[in-house]
Design a protein around this ligand. Structure first.
Ligand code: COA
Length: 333
């Protein structure tokens, strides 16, 4: 069995910034409410015709990650994209990325696991590397949640954003890398967060927005409680599995759904917020893309050093959840 290690990170978000003040013109809300209840100040929204499809964002982020990893696209064996907003029903976003970056030797496919898509994809790639069927993989989270937002529903549209994040995984030659990944699902609660038939007219302020014939529906209150419970449980399970305590963790990189969920998680697992990476104020909830975008930013900001223990933890529609413990081994400085 081989360990999988992260040797490159990358992320790309659309150029257009939609602030809370912009949203005040779309739905009955306020910057004060959104900031206080969610921690979000602004989000990025992909523009039609601007080369900002999910696969474009993913391909751009992939090239940045490959450059960091010093890996050429034709060395890749595997490309997996976690997404709930693929550009087309088929082919997979992963195949469109493969085509755009000329990764001609890779197998490419998507997986759908709500906001947990990135950790589910990471787990598949990690296992492929562990058994030796893959040496180098791209693991991507890429979303255009703006395309499934209901822009008439203030309780959901203010939360969502677009973007893509990527890691390059490689077979490790030592004991560093992904120590373990733990996943969970509960299909009984699928109705707390799902895609609904219908297509409300997008508001004029989003005139270049390309809607889809379904949109996101959510029971926020119930979901909030489930999120905190499952995040804390799976984080605890991951730490216990590796005989680690909260004080061993250098940085937690959680899914960015709501700052209050993140704070409640930190409290439950006894980790101070200084050790929790957040960028939700800039991007909102980008679903599968949120962890790899946050990981890339933390990495490029110099917050991760070889030997550091990092906890990635997520929760999303399905319900799904997951956590990975990583002993960091990448030094980009
Ligand atoms: N602006 C202003 N008021 C808003 C609003 C908005 N954008 N959205 C909701 N409200 C109102 C509600 O209508 C309600 O008003 P009422 O008391 O008059 O009925 C009030 O604010 C409180 O609503 P509530 O839903 O109880 O707020 P909340 O504190 O639970 O926050 C969420 C709502 C959605 C931010 C929160 O529940 C949440 O983050 N849930 C989990 C989301 C999540 O994790 N999603 C993805 C999982 S990956």
């Amino acid at each position: 069995m081989f360990r999988a290690r992260i040797i490159g990170t990358g992320s790309t978000t659309p150029k257009r910034i939609l602030t809370n003040v912009d949203l005040e013109k779309i739905v009955d809300t306020s910057d004060e409410w959104i900031t206080r209840r969610t921690g979000i100040k602004e989000r990025r929204i992909a523009q039609k015709g601007a080369g900002e499809n999910a696969f474009d964002l993913a391909a751009d982020a992939s090239l940045k990650a490959l450059e960091m990893a010093k890996v050429s696209p034709d060395e890749l064996d595997l490309i997996i994209v976690g997404t709930i907003t693929p550009d087309r029903q088929f082919p997979a976003v992963a195949c469109l990325v493969q085509n755009k970056i000329n990764a001609d030797n890779a197998n490419a496919f998507d997986i759908s696991a709500g906001c947990s898509g990135f950790l589910y994809a990471l787990s598949i790639a990690e296992n492929a590397i562990a058994v030796g069927s893959c040496k180098k993989a791209l693991v991507i989270g890429a979303e255009r949640l703006s395309s499934v937002a209901n822009w008439q529903d203030r309780s959901t549209c203010v939360l969502l954003g677009d973007g893509a994040g990527v890691v390059v995984l490689s077979q490790a030659d030592d004991d560093n890398g992904i120590l373990s990944t733990h996943l969970g699902s509960d299909g009984r609660c699928w109705e707390l967060l799902y895609s609904e038939e219908g297509n409300p007219d997008p508001p004029k302020i989003l005139d270049a927005f390309e809607g889809k014939p379904y949109y996101l529906a959510m029971e926020g209150n119930k979901l909030f409680k489930k999120a905190v419970r499952h995040l804390a449980d799976v984080a605890t399970k991951a730490l216990e599995h590796n005989n680690l305590s909260a004080s061993d963790i250098k940085l937690v990189v959680p899914h960015q759904a709501n700052i209050r969920i993140i704070q409640a998680l930190a409290e439950k697992i006894s980790i101070p917020m200084e050790k929790v990476y957040t960028n939700i104020h800039k991007y909102g909830n980008t679903s599968s893309a949120s962890i790899p975008i946050a990981l890339d930013e933390a990495n490029r900001e110099g917050l991760l050093k070889p030997g550091d223990i990092i906890l990635l933890v997520t929760f999303g529609a399905g319900l799904t959840w997951g956590a990975s413990v990583v002993r960091w081994s990448l030094d980009i400085f």
